[in-house]
Design a protein around this ligand. Structure first.
Ligand SMILES: C[S@@+](CC[C@H](N)C(=O)[O-])C[C@H]1O[C@@H](n2cnc3c(N)ncnc32)[C@H](O)[C@@H]1O
Length: 826
């Protein structure tokens, strides 16, 4: 049998060495020291009970820290070598004998603090270890409740297993404050955590359930299983902080597809399992074979089932939808069941009804069913209402509605029985009907449809629920990613800022809307008025009046618009460098280098994709070069202050400089197939995923890449911040000295009592002193008076600069004196 090395898991770490150095019997001593440093319970305690104390390092710490004359009792299964000021004995803390012995030692006293660092004989299997440790904790708490005084403290070690939350719950019932902490000396690889429970409530009658392992560990469960972590972050699961499932010690999990179809919690399966298998067992599985042969079981579904750990949200959705379809086919969904019943009724078949044996039981069941139905409906309406409110708030934040509108809606026009609802309006294919006042048709159709709708709602219920669950999990997952990733957080903040900054409809817009006379109506659609007399030709004005140009800043910057107009209309006829004024060119270039503003949604999507790639990898050179600043300020010399940081941007800049590309081409290029993707109504998760790839790939040249490399090299060659700061400080001090000197010299010059010569001499001295101050202090060379330097009166041979002759004996004596002083101090 292999011998386990004592230094496995890095046991001989710094705490181990420190414990040896300080004379503690175990490195665990530092855990108590650190816990006490944080909560300070030992200094206030006069009586401490240390359960599971061997070899005794916690007792040692307690004896050191607690006031003199304190009572410390330590107990363990293993013998504890005597420790001064500590009473120790050997016993099992789960036995009555141990309890009796403690009582005899405590006499009439109660403990201020009960410590428990117990660990059962570990190494059998994680599940058993974790469970028996949790049970031991409960036993120790039993003793604590018996011997702790009111307001006392209980410190215990707990393993983070699935029983952890149950234990915390019990502690919270008995103590006013419960905090879990992991001291630095506790190894990160260890699942142990320490719980400090303060303010023992000392209830007169203790509910025995609190101390019953069967009750505690069976009843108190984790409130909600963290399916999100399972679905979107399978790696997290590997850490096994929650502990392994009983009897499940393998990493790879494979279950038959039929289990996935049958389960009531498909998301949990998707999160925990590696593969859904279509393979038949030796005895054959009919359900599996049927699923395998269904036309709905496409190759895509099979591929998805083969490895669940590599799937994204889209694929999970596909699997969930497929499951619903299969359940429908097999008559497992509520819709299918209803259909079957209806068919049976139609055919005049008698639907077998099982008479309940007991009338009372039947009534109870019926009541329960009605209750369930009622609560389901309530939940549904609450959810709908919440969703509506959320949307309303978003609309309000975007100035798309006013609180007044909300009030109106709440009062009812859009609610039940309303004369006109958008929903009913949507159902009418011809909007003209509504304008003609033919709402009767609408209502009739509405009432007809309402039954179908109800049925649809029922049948889609399962799918909706699962999709909602999946959406929620995805949202939480995104939030967690944002929390962990500062870049994503910054991106989200920027997005929010953009949304906030949108000022809604301006007064002008509204005024424009109000004055009908100014906008022509053609075929029922308002036609935008062309800008008049702004120096653009009518054709150009119409062209630039398109929505996509609205955010380009062309209107604000008339010159650049003219330059662009010239370029767009005269392309090929003349080079802009010759005919367009230089200033206009620079402005056109500026607006070209600014990221052209595609539709708002597209830009958001682009932003999202940017956040996930490093600036160097960004495929949009204009965004990575100039996109970091909202405005590109001009340098004092009038040049654009654009920091080019990517090879793509550098290539583009070089192309622009050498006229291989013109600003106009750049603008044209920006309107590519990616700019006008129709993203309306697409879910956020899809956009997040898709926009990583939906962007143009711009070529880079070797020269561009080399230039960026050179730039980075120059950046890296700069001195580090500390050095630059030190140099800056030095410069500042020199400037201050010079200023002082200048002031003093001015005073001296004004002094009429001094001759010109004296003034010159004094100023010369001042300058010499100031120059000397700036120089580093010259080191004094110490020369020992021995050998040929013995008895020497003058500069020793070969020594330049400042020197000091010292006596060898004196040197030794001074050193010895210092040593002695230090020793006495310690
Ligand atoms: C990690 S050690 C305690 C170290 C101790 N706190 C120290 O500082 O030296 C865990 C101890 O729990 C003890 N133990 C486990 N089960 C016990 C039980 N039922 N009764 C008493 N002690 C027990 C073990 O004998 C072991 O010495």
């Amino acid at each position: 049998m292999a011998i386990q090395k004592k230094h496995g898991k890095g046991r001989l770490d710094k705490w181990y060495k420190l414990a040896k150095e300080k004379g503690y019997r175990a490195r665990a001593a530092f855990k108590l020291i650190q816990l006490n440093k944080k909560y300070g319970f030992l200094e206030k305690s006069r009586v401490v009970l240390d359960l599971c104390a061997a070899p005794g390092s916690w007792c040692q710490v307690a004896a050191e820290t607690m006031p003199a004359q304190s009572l410390i009792i330590g107990v363990d299964l293993a013998p504890i070598k005597p420790i001064p000021r500590v009473i120790s004995f050997q016993s099992d803390i789960t036995t009555d004998k141990c309890r009796a012995t403690i009582r005899t030692h405590l006499k009439h006293l109660k403990a201020d603090t009960v410590l428990h660092d117990g660990a059962p004989n570990v190494g059998v299997a994680w599940v058993q270890d974790a469970f028996s440790q949790a049970a031991l904790v409960l036993e120790s708490m039993k003793l604590a409740t018996e011997f702790l005084k009111e307001g006392g403290t209980f410190v215990t070690k707990v393993f983070r297993s699935k029983d952890y939350n149950a234990l915390l719950w019990v502690f919270k019932q008995l103590f006013t404050s419960v905090e879990a902490t992991k001291p630095p000396s506790s190894r990160n690889v260890s699942a142990e955590i320490f719980v400090v429970c303060r303010g023992f409530k000392a209830p007169k009658k203790l509910d025995p359930k609190f101390l019953d392992p069967k009750h505690v560990f069976a009843e108190v469960q984790e409130p909600t299983p963290n399916n999100e972590a399972k679905v979107f972050n399978p790696e997290k699961k590997k850490r096994k902080r929650e502990g392994y499932e009983a009897g499940d010690y393998t990493q790879h999990k494979e279950i038959p597809v039929s289990d996935f179809i049958h389960t009531t919690d498909p998301i949990a399966i998707l999160g925990t399992v590696n593969k859904l298998s279509f393979e038949q067992s030796p005895n054959g599985d009919l359900a599996l074979a049927a699923v395998d042969r269904l036309p709905e079981t496409t190759q895509e579904v099979r591929d998805c089932c083969a490895d669940l750990k590599v799937l994204g949200k889209k694929e999970f959705r596909t699997l969930l939808r497929w499951r619903l379809k299969v359940r429908d086919k097999f008559g497992m969904s509520s819709k299918a069941k209803k259909e079957q019943e209806a068919e049976a009724k139609e055919e005049g078949e008698e639907v077998a009804e099982v008479e309940p044996m007991d009338e009372e039981l039947r009534i109870q069941e019926e009541l329960q069913r009605l209750k369930d139905q009622d609560s389901k409906e309530k939940r549904k309406s609450r959810r709908k209402e919440n969703e509506r409110k959320r949307k309303e708030i978003v609309r309000m934040q975007m100035h798309m509605t006013t609180p007044h509108d909300i009030g109106l809606e709440q009062q009812g026009p859009a609610g039940e029985g309303a004369m006109f609802t958008i929903k009913s309006a949507e159902k009418v294919q011809d909007p003209a009907k509504i304008t003609d006042g033919q709402m009767d048709d609408v209502d009739a159709q509405d009432s007809e449809d309402s039954e179908d709708e109800l049925e649809d709602e029922d049948s889609d219920d399962d799918g909706d629920r699962l999709e909602r669950e999946l959406d929620m999990l995805y949202e939480t997952y995104q939030q967690r990613r944002e929390e962990a990733d500062a870049k994503l957080r910054a991106k989200r903040a920027r997005k929010e800022k953009e949304t906030d900054e949108w000022g809604g409809l301006s007064d002008e817009d509204q005024a424009g809307d109000a004055t009908d006379g100014e906008s022509d109506v053609e075929g029922g659609f308002p036609v935008r008025q062309l800008p008049k007399g702004e120096g653009l030709s009518t054709q150009a004005a119409m062209f630039f009046d398109q929505d996509i140009f609205q955010d380009l800043g062309i209107e604000e910057d008339n010159d650049s618009a003219i330059a662009l107009e010239d370029e767009s209309s005269d392309q090929g006829k003349r080079a802009p460098s010759k005919d367009v004024p230089r200033e206009s060119q620079s402005k056109a270039l500026k607006s070209a280098l600014k990221k052209p503003q595609p539709p708002a949604r597209q830009q958001q999507a682009d932003d999202a994709s940017d956040s996930e790639s490093e600036p160097e990898n960004s495929a949009d050179p204009t965004s990575s070069a100039a996109g970091s600043r909202p405005e590109d300020p001009l340098l004092p010399n009038g040049q654009l202050d654009i920091d080019i940081i990517t090879a793509e941007a550098m290539t583009l800049a070089q192309d622009l400089a050498t006229r291989r590309t013109r600003a106009g081409d750049l603008v044209d290029d920006s309107f590519n197939k990616y700019s006008f993707r129709d993203v309306d109504g697409l879910p956020e998760w899809f956009l997040n995923d898709e926009t990583q790839h939906s962007k143009p790939q711009r070529p880079i040249t070797a020269a561009g890449a080399a230039a960026i490399k050179e730039k980075l090299r120059a950046l890296n060659a700069r001195p580090i911040k500390k050095v630059r700061e030190a140099k800056g400080r030095k410069k500042m001090r020199a400037a201050a000295r010079l200023e002082k000197l200048r002031r003093k010299s001015a005073l001296l010059l004004d002094d009429e009592g001094l001759s010109e010569k004296d003034k010159a001499v004094t100023i010369g001295k001042l300058m010499a002193r100031a120059a000397k101050k700036g120089r580093p202090k010259e080191k004094v060379k110490v020369v020992v008076a021995k050998g040929h330097n013995k008895g020497l009166s003058g500069r020793p041979r070969g020594v330049k600069g400042r020197y000091k002759i010292v006596d060898a004996r004196l040197k030794k004596d001074v050193r010895a004196e210092k040593r002695l002083k230090k020793k006495l101090k310690n």
